[in-house]
Design a binder for this molecule. Structure first.
Ligand code: ATP
Ligand code: MG
Ligand code: MG
Length: 490
């Protein structure tokens, strides 16, 4: 199947399907990133047909899917058209057009997990309110009255960006009008103390919506930096819309759409965690729940860097973490796998950070280390098949994320701009390829390369999972792969 809606074979409709594999259902996935790619890999082993909707022609899942429709999962007409081709619709990213999913659900489409769940989760503040109501332990949180509006100049900048590729950062301060109420954030600071975590409610990923204010004086700059980050995310998620609008030359519509989202912020009390843990929870259509072993996630600059499975914590903590994760997922509607991110505090408390309604980075290791991978489990769950065994078949596993390295500053027609990306053959890619080369020589290591055409700093480009008979052995193998003996002399 080709990469555009036109070339996609429209005869694959639910009514004229031949029975294939374990289910004749066509699974539609909103999003075609690496999670979608690994979902397609699992689906292909089970002979389940998956079609994906993603705006990037060369998205990671595209080549492995039964059909890739090029289009925005945030555009209602595109999502509605896409939905006509599937019998069950799921997501690999939560930043989708949820109003359309709700409408489709009312018309009888099978959306898993339910649109109500995606609505709660895609707004972090709503998510926190929901879990607090269900008695889930959380860091304290509070709404802040910070909003921004986009100036006409910034709107023109977006057009410029479409014309000149590779410009991803400008000094936008000049171009944003802001409605500020720092007093409300300061009130939260008085109540919660410092450091204070400031978060974007929506469109956050890889920590890009977060800013830390260490003191009251830092609140203003932290808030500002996040308002700009929101604009960055906005561009990312509206790429397709921007392109079509340029063609339509419908500037007023574009401006209205960009301004129409709530990019407000909220504030969280700092969680003094000693470890970050995560639990993948699978929930069947019959509401039966199975939990994967608790893992430890190690973040670098807010991005998941390493996952250790199982987590090296006492049994009591593992039970507590599993119970919190179980309770959190029980409070949501629909089937699928969910990832529950948790903080372990010094005094042995477990606090929930956030939930993802889909397979997750913290569950990549399950492909090699568990009887049923999170991807296969997600398909089983949404299709109403029997859930598989989530337990580990190896003693220990470590997942290492290959993150983008490169950053190149360039100067274009005298404007201050930066190029934060590199292409195949440039230094960032070469470093990653060297790492992969070393991984191939490590016993128990499996390489996953997402084949993204462009590398950006801190972008997830691939991962390597190493399994082995003990955590000590797997750690040694990781060190060897990273050449750390040579660097540290140990
Ligand atoms: P992703 O979706 O990629 O996991 P995100 O952008 O949604 O990331 P969060 O999960 O909210 O961001 O936060 C990223 C990281 O920031 C956390 O894993 C944790 O290390 C840190 N963090 C988040 N909230 C707090 C908090 N209240 N106190 C201390 N650290 C925090
Ligand atoms: Mg998140
Ligand atoms: Mg997170």
């Amino acid at each position: 199947c080709g990469a555009s809606p036109e070339s996609c074979n429209t005869s694959h409709r639910k009514h004229d399907l031949p029975i294939h594999g374990v289910s004749e259902t066509i699974v539609g996935v909103l999003g075609g990133g690496q999670l979608g790619q690994m979902l397609c890999q699992a689906a292909s082993q089970m002979a389940i047909k998956v079609i994906v909707l993603d705006p990037m022609e060369n998205c990671p899942a595209g080549a492995l899917s039964h059909c890739h429709v090029v289009g925005s999962y945030d555009d209602s007409v595109t999502v509605e058209e896409f939905a006509k081709r599937c019998s069950v619709l799921t997501v690999e990213i939560e930043h989708v057009n949820v109003a359309t999913l709700e409408k489709l659900e009312q018309q009888g489409l099978d959306v898993q997990p339910k649109a109500s769940t995606i609505r709660i989760i895609q707004d972090k503040y709503l998510q926190k309110v929901h879990f607090a109501r269900h008695g889930i332990p959380l860091p304290k949180f509070m709404k802040v009255n910070h909003q921004f509006t986009m100036s006409r100049e910034h709107y023109y900048f977006l057009f410029l960006k479409m014309i000149v590729e590779n410009i991803t950062m400008f000094d936008r301060k000049l171009w944003l009008r802001q409605i500020d109420d720092p007093e409300s954030a300061k009130k939260a600071g008085d109540l919660f103390g410092y450091p204070l975590m400031i978060k974007s409610k929506r469109l956050a990923y890889d920590g890009r919506g977060n800013a830390v204010a260490k003191t009251e004086e830092e609140i203003s700059s932290a808030v500002q930096s996040k308002i700009f980050a929101s604009v960055n995310n906005l561009e990312l998620h509206h790429n397709t819309f921007l392109v079509s609008s340029i063609h339509a030359n419908d500037q007023a519509t574009l401006f209205a759409a960009l301004g129409g989202y709530d990019h407000g912020l909220y504030v969280e009390q700092w969680a003094p965690f000693v470890k970050e843990l995560a639990v993948i929870v699978a929930r069947g259509r019959d509401k039966s729940i199975l939990c994967y072993p608790v893992v430890e996630t190690i973040h670098r600059e807010n991005i998941c860097h390493i996952v250790k499975a199982p987590a090296n914590v006492p049994l009591k903590i593992r039970k507590l973490a599993t119970n919190v994760a179980y309770k959190a997922v029980s409070s949501l509607e629909g089937a699928g796998v969910f990832a529950v991110e948790l903080f372990l505090t010094e005094d042995g408390q477990i606090l929930l950070n956030e939930v993802a309604p889909r397979p997750h980075n913290s569950g990549h290791h399950t492909i090699e280390s568990c009887f049923t991978s999170q991807y296969e489990q997600h398909l089983r769950a949404i299709l109403g098949l029997q859930l598989g065994d989530p337990s580990m078949k190896t003693q220990a596993a470590i997942m290492y994320n290959i993150l983008g390295e490169d950053e190149v500053a360039t100067n274009l027609t005298g404007l201050i701009c930066y190029r934060l990306s590199c292409l195949q053959g440039e230094p960032g890619f070469l470093l990653a390829h060297q790492l992969i080369g070393r991984a191939l020589g490590i016993s128990g290591a499996t390489v996953h390369w997402y084949d993204k055409p462009e590398m950006r700093k801190q972008r997830k480009m691939g991962h390597i999972t190493i399994v082995g008979p003990s955590m000590a052995i797997v750690e040694t193998r990781l060190k060897f792969m990273l050449n750390e003996e040579l660097l540290n002399g140990d």
